[in-house]
Write a protein that binds this ligand. Structure first.
Ligand code: APR
Length: 241
């Protein structure tokens, strides 16, 4: 498979994952035509600073649902393959838009979480953080009296500056930039493949459905599940190394 060859030729490979990386773990994505969360719900009403402020009941029950679902799911073999490739020096960094922590749980060490993490909640007043289990125990108030909100980036909020800085640097250094399971519709994460391209990287996009940036890609792998693509590529790499 061409992907294995591109990886072997690359001295610096960076991965960008989206929600499509975790659907095979049982977590719904956001924009898949049939099953995406935002096909049924309005993100502004549930996952935005506006929702936090003015639709708090809906906000809380949405994140209780997501935290409960997350606790029932695990990383899949594809997450473990990425961790193994990092350990073998085949990839250098994983930048993720996902908040599930599955890359780290599967053993990846260099993970940049652009959109925060659903693993913890933090106080909107004093910033103290706690396990997100608090939401499953109906605990929404910090000991200081502030409101505990999930440590994810809401629509209308800025991304963590350090994560952005690291992700931009990784994209600039990449010789091969591989997107796994993202519609590439959300900025600024969707700028990263173009930054890599502008700095001379080869761009690969692995996504069931077409994405906004397919025309810029050197290789597009569509209509195939990420788990299968990673497993097949891993077998090829085994044979070539
Ligand atoms: N294999 C390959 N592709 C898949 C798979 C799979 N098993 N499952 C889903 N996909 C594809 C879908 O076709 C879809 O185009 O993954 C893509 C996921 O796109 P989105 O649902 O838009 O998710 P993402 O790109 O990560 O969204 C970015 O939007 O709502 C915000 O903060 C949220 O981080 C998220 C951001």
């Amino acid at each position: 498979m061409l992907l294995a060859k591109l990886m072997l030729d690359s001295k610096h490979t960076v991965i960008l994952t989206g929600a499509g990386m975790s659907t095979e773990s049982g977590l719904p994505d956001f924009r898949s035509v049939q099953t995406g969360l935002w096909q049924q719900e309005d993100p502004q009403r549930l996952a935005s600073t506006h929702a936090l402020q003015y639709h708090r009941e809906d906000f809380i029950s949405f994140y209780q649902y997501r935290i409960r679902t997350l606790r029932q799911c695990q990383p899949h073999a594809g997450h473990r393959i990425l961790a193994d490739w990092e350990a073998r020096g085949l990839i250098q960094t994983v930048i993720t838009q996902n908040v599930d922590g599955f890359h780290q749980q599967a053993g990846s060490r260099k993970v940049i979480e652009l959109h925060g993490s659903l693993r913890t909640v933090r106080c909107a007043r004093c910033n103290q953080s706690d396990e997100s289990e608090a939401y499953l125990d109906d605990t929404f108030s910090c000991t200081c009296g502030g409101f505990l909100r999930p440590s994810v980036v809401l629509f209308g909020e800025a991304l963590p500056a350090e994560a952005v800085e690291q992700a931009w640097r990784a994209a600039e250094q990449a010789k091969l930039f591989i997107v796994l399971g993202s519609s590439l519709q959300v900025s600024p994460a969707n700028q990263l493949p173009l930054i890599a391209k502008r700095n001379g990287a080869q761009l690969v996009i692995v996504n069931l459905e077409p994405t906004e940036l397919d025309e810029w890609a050197d290789l597009v792998i569509q209509n195939r599940k990420i788990g299968d693509v990673l497993a097949e590529t891993d077998r090829e790499l085994e044979q070539r190394i």
